[in-house]
Structures are given as structure tokens and as C-alpha cells.
Design a protein. Structure first.
Length: 268
């Protein structure tokens, strides 16, 4: 093979190789749950790229993927209560990057958006909330602390990022403070139990009094009815009569007073 032919073949191979590389670099694929930021020679396009396949300028344009999926990160915050007690809180933050903020975050903030934007504001919001309550209130009102802290974080971040939730996983206090709070809670429970027992006894006593008053009133009404209607007694005798003849009632062995029970007029 002549040298000129060899040179031509090498040139053609180089051209084909360049074409293949250019073709490979002129396309991109954005995976599901991601959006692409287009950067051409250092200039960022204001419009992001959606999911799927697309074309770009080879060698000079890059497509940088940014996730829009919900992410979960753990965070620790050292706070102080209103009574100057140190409170160490372990958090779990759920957040995501909205599509409208993808290009802005890439241009304006370096590194992970959680580290640069979310974590400092979560810690700041939590410290502001815990500073308004005592250590005991922080332990008792975890849900209220979480709600207020989440509202504060959302207000500080705005619409740049979306914080879905802030979960308080654990609240650590000093051993002495935990012991004191536990003892106080036990005393409160015992006091509540004693108060319940007292109220229960009072209710039972009131029930007895009410029942006694009701029985007395019933007896009084019955007595007044008997006074006003003497025939009511005869009616009760008739109702309870077994149909036998009147009996003599007397002392045994002929002693005592013999008495003949009067026969009641049944028709009457």
C-alpha cells in the first residue's frame, strides 16, 4: 500500500472518529426526577431542560442535572430555653427544589442548597422558638415547637425552596434537668389522681343525698295522698286479699286479746 493511500485512510478514520465524538456530545438525556441546567461557554440559559432526550451544541455546551425530588436530611441544632437550659435537638428535614428555582439556585448559590440555604435557617428558626419557652415546655410541647419552627423556616426561605416538613426526632437535656422534670411530672400526676378521687367521692356523696331527698319526697307525697283519700288503704287491702274468709288473730292458749279482722266490701 502506498504511503499516500495510508495517509488518506488515517485521515478518513480521524474524521469519522471526530464525527462520532461530536455526535455523542451533541445529545443529552435528563433522567426522571431531574431537570437540566444548560451552560454554554460559562453562560447559563434561563430556561431549564426537561426530562428526556435532547440536542445541544457539542463540546461547548453542558447540561448539568439538578434533582427536583423530595430529599431528606438529618440536622442537629443546639438551642437554649428561656430559663437558660441547653437543649440539643435532632431533626429530620424534608425538602425539595421547585422547577422555578433551579436556574436561580445554580447561579446564585454554591454547593448543596441544603447546606447553604436550608440548614442555617432551620437552626435559626428553631432557636427563636425554643428561646421563648422553658426547657420543660419544650419537652411537653414538641408538636407546637415543630409547627412554629416550620412556619419560621418557610417564612425565611420564601419560595426559593420548599420545606415539606421538619421532624423533631429527639430532644436531649442534661441528666439533672431530665430527673427534675420527671419528678415534677410524677407529682402532677399524683395530684391529678388525688383530685379525681376527691371529685369522685363528692359525686357519690351528692348522689346519696339526692337519692335520700327523692325517697323522702316520695314518702311525703304518699302520706299526703293517704290523708286525702282514706279509701285508698281499703283498695290496697282488697288488691292483696287472697279470697279467704276473715281470720281471728289472738294470743296463743286463749291469752291476749282476740281480734276479728274486718271484711272489706269487695264491691266497693
Amino acid at each position: 500500500m502506498q504511503p499516500q493511500t495510508v495517509s488518506k485512510l488515517i485521515g478518513v478514520a480521524i474524521v469519522i472518529f471526530i464525527i462520532v465524538i461530536a455526535a455523542a456530545n451533541s445529545s443529552y438525556v435528563v433522567d426522571p426526577g431531574f431537570r437540566g441546567v444548560e451552560v454554554t461557554l460559562g453562560k447559563v440559559s434561563p430556561v431549564f431542560k426537561g426530562e428526556g432526550f435532547g440536542w445541544k451544541t457539542p463540546f461547548i455546551t453542558r447540561i448539568i442535572p439538578v434533582t427536583i425530588r423530595q430529599q431528606t436530611r438529618d440536622l442537629t441544632a443546639d438551642c437554649y430555653s428561656s430559663d437558660l437550659q441547653q437543649v440539643k435537638t435532632e431533626l429530620r428535614v424534608l425538602f425539595r427544589v421547585p422547577e422555578a428555582s433551579i436556574v436561580q439556585i445554580y447561579q446564585g448559590y454554591a454547593g448543596d442548597p441544603f447546606d447553604s440555604l436550608i440548614a442555617p435557617r432551620v437552626q435559626e428558626a428553631l432557636k427563636e422558638v425554643t428561646a421563648m419557652q422553658s426547657a420543660e415546655q419544650i419537652v411537653k410541647n414538641r408538636e407546637d415547637i415543630k409547627t412554629k419552627a416550620l412556619a419560621g423556616v418557610r417564612q425565611k426561605i420564601g419560595t426559593l425552596l420548599i420545606v415539606e416538613d421538619v421532624v423533631i426526632q429527639n430532644i436531649d437535656l442534661s441528666h439533672e434537668l431530665e430527673t427534675a422534670i420527671e419528678a415534677k411530672m410524677v407529682q402532677e400526676q399524683e395530684a391529678a389522681k388525688a383530685k379525681f378521687t376527691q371529685v369522685k367521692a363528692q359525686i357519690e356523696a351528692d348522689t346519696v343525698v339526692i337519692k335520700a331527698k327523692g325517697d323522702a319526697e316520695s314518702i311525703k307525697i304518699r302520706g299526703e295522698a293517704l290523708k286525702q283519700t282514706p279509701a285508698f288503704i281499703d283498695l290496697q287491702i282488697v288488691e292483696k286479699w287472697d279470697g279467704k274468709a276473715p281470720l281471728y288473730v289472738g294470743g296463743a292458749g286463749g291469752g291476749g286479746v282476740n281480734m276479728l279482722l274486718p271484711a272489706v266490701d269487695v264491691k266497693k
